[in-house]
Design a protein around this ligand. Structure first.
Ligand code: IPE
Ligand code: IPE
Ligand code: MG
Length: 251
């Protein structure tokens, strides 16, 4: 008797992942390997990002989330923080018009309180300008830490309980999720980290519950369309189960 085809078998589904999230790591080591200052690694990292956004949109990926600055990155030397902030501002100023023209919607996740007003202004403008775009969404994790995000969501639910807007017995995963910075964005299907490190570093802890992880040995400035395609090929070789069973494989 034929086995019912409940779940597509590995490799049957060649459509791109809906949501790819990237931990862009290794700028400093890329620069050090060439005897260059870390800032040069970050500058080249922005070029890799440009290529990746274009490739991701061409490949039909609907959501691309990038980890650009973590809540813990403030512990770096002041000069490096300054270099990174300058690059972020320059990226928005130089690239926003093109991104908008290409139909990219921009969404920023992370804590905005206490940020330099120039940056919060640029963020608000980028989100507002591109809010109707539908080709794809570029979600930028900036001053982002997943534990802090979950704690903020929990605090909001506690406030809503105290004010009587919700009853604590109503709180479930769905209600908490609706308070995360990523509310309305589907969970990442694929999380890529470059540079060889194999950890999440406080990135999308909640959202990546069933993501596939691909760790690549290259430094972020060397990432390009071919590397993205390679990660997607690996993703297609994986068998996702979400806690269920794969009927065809029989286990
Ligand atoms: C990633 O590269 C960029 C940011 C974290 C902002 P790194 O700066 O972490 O580079 P490595 O890991 O030191 O090589
Ligand atoms: C994670 O990389 C943050 C970003 C890529 C923005 P880090 O380089 O900060 O992470 P750790 O310190 O190696 O875990
Ligand atoms: Mg790093």
């Amino acid at each position: 008797m034929p086995v019912p085809d409940l779940v597509p078998a590995k490799g049957d589904d060649t459509s791109p992942p809906v949501h790819v999230a990237i931990i862009m790591d290794g700028n400093g080591r890329w620069a050090a390997a060439r005897g260059l200052p870390r800032a040069e690694g970050h500058r080249r990292g922005v070029e890799a990002l440009r290529k990746t956004v274009r490739a991701s949109s061409d490949l039909g990926i609907q959501y691309l989330t990038i980890f650009s600055f973590s809540a813990e990155n403030w512990t770096r030397p002041a000069q490096e923080i300054n270099d990174l902030m300058t690059l972020v501002k320059r990226f928005v100023r130089d690239d926003l018009a093109d991104l908008h023209k290409s139909g990219v919607r921009i969404r920023i996740i992370g804590d905005r309180t206490g940020l330099d007003s120039e940056i919060t202004g640029l963020i608000a403008h980028a989100e507002m300008l591109t809010r109707e775009n539908r080709k794809c969404t570029l979600c930028v994790a900036f001053n982002y830490g997943s534990r802090q995000e979950i704690a903020r969501a929990a605090r909001k639910l506690a406030e809503d309980s105290v004010s009587g807007n919700i009853d604590p017995s109503q709180i479930d995963a769905e209600l908490l999720e609706a308070q995360l910075d990523t509310a309305g964005i589907p969970d990442p299907d694929l999380v890529i980290r470059t540079s060889g490190e194999q950890r999440l570093s406080n990135f999308l802890l909640w959202q990546a519950a069933y993501a596939e992880f691909v760790f690549m040995p290259i430094y972020w400035p060397d990432f390009d369309r071919a590397a993205l395609e390679e990660a997607i090929e690996e993703f297609h070789r994986r068998e996702r189960r979400f806690g269920g069973v794969n009927a065809r494989a029989g286990n």
